[in-house]
Design a protein around this ligand. Structure first.
Ligand SMILES: *[C@@H]1O[C@H](CO)[C@@H](O)[C@H](O)[C@H]1NC(C)=O
Ligand SMILES: *[C@@H]1O[C@H](CO)[C@@H](O)[C@H](O)[C@H]1NC(C)=O
Length: 208
């Protein structure tokens, strides 16, 4: 039963990579920038400001694209069990990603989406509620772009949580602590109060 489950997971991954590749091939970054309707819908700022922010956005897209190339492929580990010759177990080693978890690609996609949708400019402060891995990876991506990032985590005396917090701090200057059930609410509230963007990894997963 477990073996069937793992094999399925593997195919899901292959499949999503194919979909992803075709999305990348469909529109290059420069085509996206040339899309008039897209740029027109983005800002009502004066023309000088638009020029500056277009230039910034073009660079930001390029930086994320470079990061994408560095990701290469997730290493796969094949495990053959002698007593089960008809079953191939295949594991993905997600800890080989640059921020150490499978959230690396997810965070890349979230940040890319927010950038293309115009939610992130050079002046945006991005807020996120997280227990660790997603915030670390998002922080890494936003750090590449030089965008401010504030993370809301829960109070914890747990060692594992402390390690995760230290990793988030590599990419974030501000961590807000609250009760575990209040993280999303707090991140949303802070983003509103400070005119930032709440990334909301939970609500926006289906958009990336
Ligand atoms: C997974 O990747 C990490 C980081 O590259 C490496 O240290 C580790 O040995 C790998 N694990 C396996 C089982 O290959
Ligand atoms: C964004 O920040 C830059 C540098 O701090 C500033 O020059 C620019 O006016 C800001 N743009 C907007 C739209 O706030």
């Amino acid at each position: 039963m477990n073996a069937v489950f793992l094999v399925l997971l593997f195919f899901v991954e292959i499949d999503s990579r194919q979909i992803f590749t075709s999305v990348i091939n469909e529109k290059s970054p420069t085509e996206i920038l040339r899309d008039d309707s897209f740029v027109a819908g983005l800002s009502t700022a004066g023309s000088d400001e638009v020029k500056v922010s277009d230039e910034w956005r073009k660079n930001a897209i390029q930086k994320l694209w470079n990061e994408r190339e560095l990701m290469t492929r997730t290493p796969l580990i094949h495990l053959n069990i002698p007593s089960m010759p008809n079953i191939d177990l295949i594991f993905k080693n997600e800890s080989a990603s640059r921020t150490g978890s499978l959230k690396h690609r997810y965070a890349w996609a979230l940040v890319f989406w927010a950038l293309l949708e115009g939610h992130i400019t050079q002046n945006t402060t991005v807020f996120e509620a997280s227990s660790g891995n997603t915030a670390t990876s998002e922080g890494y991506m936003l750090n590449l772009l030089g965008v401010n990032f504030v993370v809301v985590v829960s109070y914890s005396s747990d060692t594992l949580e402390k390690i995760k917090e230290d990793r988030i701090r590599l990419y974030t200057s501000e961590i807000i602590k609250t009760y575990i059930g209040k993280r999303i609410e707090r991140a949303e509230e802070e983003a509103k109060k400070r005119n930032g963007f709440f990334m909301n990894q939970f609500a926006n997963a289906d958009r990336v």
